[in-house]
Design a binder for this molecule. Sequence first.
Ligand SMILES: Nc1ncnc2c1ncn2[C@@H]1O[C@H](COP(=O)(O)OP(=O)(O)OP(=O)(O)O)[C@@H](O)[C@H]1O
Length: 242
Amino acid sequence: MSTLSVQNVTYRYGAKTALDDVSFELEKGRFCALLGPNGAGKSTLFSLLTRLFVTKQGTISVAGHDLAREPRAALAKIGVVFQQQTLDLDMSVVQNLRYFAALQGLSGRAAQRNIDAALDRLSMRERAKEKARSLNGGHRRRMEIARALIHEPEVLLLDEATVGLDTATRQAITQHVHDLADDGLLVFWATHLVDEIQDNDDVVVLHKGRILAHDNARKIARDGTLIDAFMHMTDTTPEPSL
Ligand SMILES: Nc1ncnc2c1ncn2[C@@H]1O[C@H](COP(=O)(O)OP(=O)(O)OP(=O)(O)O)[C@@H](O)[C@H]1O
């Protein structure tokens, strides 16, 4: 049983087809990049995975739970970091996390244990009492990732999670998230930046709503670079990342 299964998903905005018969399966313990240029359909797919939009054609299942038939069980296995920041800046790091834990039905010792574990995983324990407002962009992002882990999901979805961060911070966050995959999570990371992808990662290349490739990054690159392969496949020039 795969951890995340997407089968024959099609999604339209009126006459515009944003996703066209998309199918793939992903396993836990892996970092998989959803790589696609602007307009590829990445946000639409994430909206379906998080049930902001309802899948009308095709099926999605998470850790064996069909998202349409068992939405609560499926969503309980997903942690999400959206592109837009969603913190309460006037609360401390730990207050933000406690609030989210309560929304997930966690309280008392169980909540504290999971909060501590999530802070440790993102090296944020020493910032726990600081107001979110006082944190820089990288630490705010780490805190959002810690928050997404509190209910111990099996899948971590991140939608363009490094937008607006400087290069060093981007690299640090990207590495942290790779470490989470090494610890056993399935990380599904939407990006248009090829340099966030490491040789051993899995990559789903999405373009104009269709999957052009799904393989190990090294295999997609073949004898050249992943950037060249991506440009060739999509006939685009990737945005400079530096
Ligand atoms: N509300 C909408 N109404 C009509 N078309 C839409 C709507 N939202 C997105 N689209 C179109 O659907 C396609 C996929 O968009 P989507 O936002 O999912 O792509 P994306 O890969 O996330 O791109 P970006 O990186 O620019 O956010 C695009 O052609 C987009 O113009």
